[in-house]
Design a protein around this ligand. Structure first.
Ligand SMILES: [Zn+2]
Length: 119
C-alpha cells in the first residue's frame, strides 16, 4: 500500500477512535444519571435496567471496536496493514473504505461468518 493511502486510513482510524471514546464517555454519563434517579416502584426499575443493559452492550461493542482499531493502527506501523490475515491477499481499497479496521478480505470474511453460524 502506498504511503499516502496508509496516511489516509490512519487518519480515518484515529478520527474513529476519538468518536468512539466520546460515545463511551457520554453513555457513561447517562448511566450515572440513570443510577441517580429516584426509583418509585418495580415497574420503573425494570424500565431503567433494560435501558442501562442496552447501554452496557453498546459500550462493550464500542470497546471491542476500539481494540480492533488499535490493532489496525499497529499494523499500519509495522507495514502489514491492508493484507488479509487468512489468505495474505490485499484486502482492497473499497472494503477498507467501508471498514478500515478489517482484518480479512471479503472472501475470507464470508468463510469465517459461515463457520460461526454453524457454531
Ligand atoms: Zn483473505
Amino acid at each position: 500500500m502506498r504511503e499516502s493511502d496508509l496516511k489516509y486510513f490512519s487518519e480515518i482510524l484515529k478520527t474513529r477512535v476519538l468518536q468512539i471514546k466520546k460515545n463511551i464517555e457520554s453513555s457513561a454519563k447517562d448511566y450515572d444519571e440513570i443510577n441517580s434517579y429516584e426509583i418509585r416502584d418495580e415497574g420503573d426499575y425494570a424500565l431503567v435496567s433494560a435501558d442501562s443493559l442496552i447501554d452496557v452492550s453498546i459500550t462493550k461493542q464500542q470497546k471491542k471496536e476500539l481494540e480492533e482499531i488499535d490493532y489496525a493502527l499497529s499494523k499500519i506501523k509495522d507495514g502489514t496493514y491492508g493484507t488479509c490475515e487468512m489468505c495474505e491477499e490485499l484486502i482492497g481499497m473499497q472494503r477498507l473504505k467501508v471498514k478500515p479496521h478489517a482484518k480479512y478480505c471479503i472472501v475470507c470474511r464470508e468463510i469465517i461468518e459461515k463457520q460461526q453460524k454453524k457454531g
